[in-house]
Write a protein that binds this ligand. Structure first.
Ligand code: NAD
Ligand code: MG
Length: 383
């Protein structure tokens, strides 16, 4: 029986993970759950899974839940990290969205847990530190992001120097094929209609701007210790090939399945084994074509900014990430337009004095600085 904790259990990834756990009851037991503010759903999950430890980030939400349930409810960022490092857990699924996932992910790594990593932002902002700490303490990090799970599966057991290139695939999102002018008028509602994946709001907007793929380039850079110029992106609208690796002999190995996050979640949970049918069968005879093309970075410049941040290193990826979080949040409340998202990110990055990162506090400070800068820009330009 694997004992698992889920950070962000009320989110899209968290809910899918709990579905997997329910289906394979003999394999997994839920020990810890955390949420931000969706108390109603968290309460239902506690009743179904009977965890030993629970934390709510939002203090008033925690107080509300304490009135309803007899069990101890931890709260705040500290409480979430306590669940992440809880002694009785074997496996921690890191599925909080955004920078808020960083410290809990680090807490799990520092406690030597096996971490199923969905929270890509923690690697984007502090990838070197997270990976080095994991290596030092023997904590395994198993990717949950579908592309990185694919690459992980493709390179398993192969020598590093046999790999020539990593190719991340991208669906292209809801605005594939549109130019910058056409993108200017898109609405929040349009942007939230992803053609292939059903995900949380933040990552859905990131998919529409291609920032999601940019964050994934940085994530792959740290996870697989691969330089950014050996990581390519191809648009593959069918979302069947989840990513691939090109080897030195020019052969490719790719991983294919229907687009369903239960696949990579189940793989991370059961690694190194595989479960029976966590997702539906992919009938390749029904797929007429699989297409690949280069991304249009002129219309979707977020991808280029991510490459730039990745090559610059230091605090720049944290700045890119923070500016993106602020801009996406502003877009979601209709304060700015779609093309303003890359404009704010570019402006924030170019105002930043980059420094190297040796302590986590430097990342936290870069994040704080970039948020303030991006917010100021939004207020000045768009209020
Ligand atoms: P979501 O918005 O659906 O869920 C986010 C979860 O994080 C919720 O449980 C919420 O309560 C919690 N949370 C939010 N803010 C918090 C805070 N300040 N403190 C503590 N908890 C907080 O997001 P999601 O789509 O499930 O994505 C989660 C992570 O997984 C993201 O990093 C995303 O990039 C990554 N990911 C998601 C998918 C997907 O299909 N949804 C695929 C690949 C990677
Ligand atoms: Mg992905």
């Amino acid at each position: 029986m694997k004992r698992i904790s889920i950070l962000g259990s009320t989110g899209s990834i968290g809910k899918s993970a709990l579905e997997v756990v329910l289906r394979y009851k003999d394999e997994f037991e839920v020990v810890g759950l955390t949420a931000n503010s969706n108390i109603k759903l968290l309460e239902e999950q506690i009743k179904t899974f009977d965890p030993e430890i629970v934390a709510v980030a939002d203090e008033s939400g925690a107080a509300e839940l304490r009135k309803k349930l007899k069990i101890e409810i931890l709260s705040g960022e500290r409480g979430i990290s306590d669940v992440a490092s809880y002694g009785n857990t074997d496996f921690v699924l890191s599925a909080i969205v955004g920078f808020a996932g960083l410290l809990p992910t680090l807490a799990a790594v520092k406690a030597g847990k096996t971490v199923g990593l969905a929270n890509k932002e923690s690697l984007v902002v502090a990838g070197e530190m997270v990976m080095k700490t994991a290596a030092r303490l023997g904590a395994a990090i198993i990717p949950v992001d579908s592309e990185h799970s694919a690459i992980f599966q493709c390179i398993e057991g192969r020598s590093r120097d046999s790999i020539r290139r990593i190719v991340l695939t991208a669906s292209g999102g809801p605005f594939l094929g549109r130019n910058k002018k056409e993108l200017a008028g898109v609405t929040v509602e349009d942007a939230l209609k992803h053609p292939r994946w059903d995900m949380g709001r933040k990552i859905t907007i990131d998919s529409a701007t291609l920032m999601n793929k940019g964050l994934e380039v940085i994530e792959a850079h740290y996870l697989f210790d691969s330089s950014p110029d050996k990581i390519d992106v191809l648009i593959h609208p069918q979302s069947i090939v989840h990513s691939m690796v090109e080897f030195r002999d020019r052969s490719y190995i790719a991983q294919l399945s229907i687009p369903d996050m239960k696949g990579p979640i189940a793989y991370a949970l059961s690694y190194p084994n595989r479960l029976d049918d966590p997702m539906p069968y992919l009938d390749l005879s029904k797929i007429e074509k699989l297409t690949f093309r280069k991304p249009d970075v002129g219309s979707f410049p977020c991808l280029s900014y991510a490459y730039e941040a990745s090559k610059t290193g230091g605090t720049m990826p944290a700045v890119l990430n923070a500016a993106n979080e602020v801009a996406v949040e502003a877009f979601l409340r209709n304060a700015i337009g779609f093309n303003d998202i890359p404009a704010i990110i570019e402006n924030t990055m170019h105002s930043h004095k980059n420094t190297t990162v040796t302590e986590i506090e430097e990342v936290v400070e870069a994040d704080r600085w970039a948020r303030e800068k991006a917010r100021e820009t939004i207020e000045r330009r768009y209020a």
